[in-house]
Design a protein around this ligand. Structure first.
Ligand SMILES: [Fe+2]
Ligand SMILES: [Fe+2]
Length: 135
């Protein structure tokens, strides 16, 4: 069973952003699947973490460029959450490459962070961008 199900409440109504969020949910599920195996492939876990880190950075850039273009007033607090997430994923990458087995902790973090961030922090910019004709 997937760790995270995509649900209507996660949809913000901005096609590009929704597609990116779906990708992140899928990547979290793939990591969950790999870590749930009796003997997870270390190279597969490394590749999944690296993919997650890169994709997340690109997704954050997409949002931050929109904030910059339209002068979103909550941009700084939003950036802060993004930076915290990137730092956390990089720390997990380091722990994994140092040989530490990853388990439930990272999955819980990813699931909770993504849900909280999309439902609260990302959802908060939707009315602002809608007023400016972005969606
Ligand atoms: Fe965000
Ligand atoms: Fe987002």
């Amino acid at each position: 069973m997937a760790l995270m199900e995509w649900s209507k409440d996660l949809e913000l109504g901005i096609a590009e952003i929704d597609a990116q969020h779906r990708w992140l949910v899928n990547a979290t599920n793939e990591l969950h699947e790999e870590l749930g195996k009796g003997a997870p492939s270390q190279s597969e876990v490394s590749a999944l973490l690296a993919g997650l880190a890169t994709y997340t950075i690109n997704h954050f850039v997409t949002e931050e460029l929109l904030f910059e273009r339209y002068g979103y007033p909550q941009a700084e607090a939003h950036h802060k959450e993004h930076r915290h997430f990137v730092r956390a994923v990089k720390e997990w990458e380091q722990r994994h490459s140092a040989g530490e087995p990853l388990g439930k902790e990272i999955l819980t973090f990813l699931k909770e962070w993504l849900r909280y961030h999309i439902l609260k922090t990302d959802r908060a910019y939707v009315p602002f961008l809608k007023q400016r004709g972005v969606c």
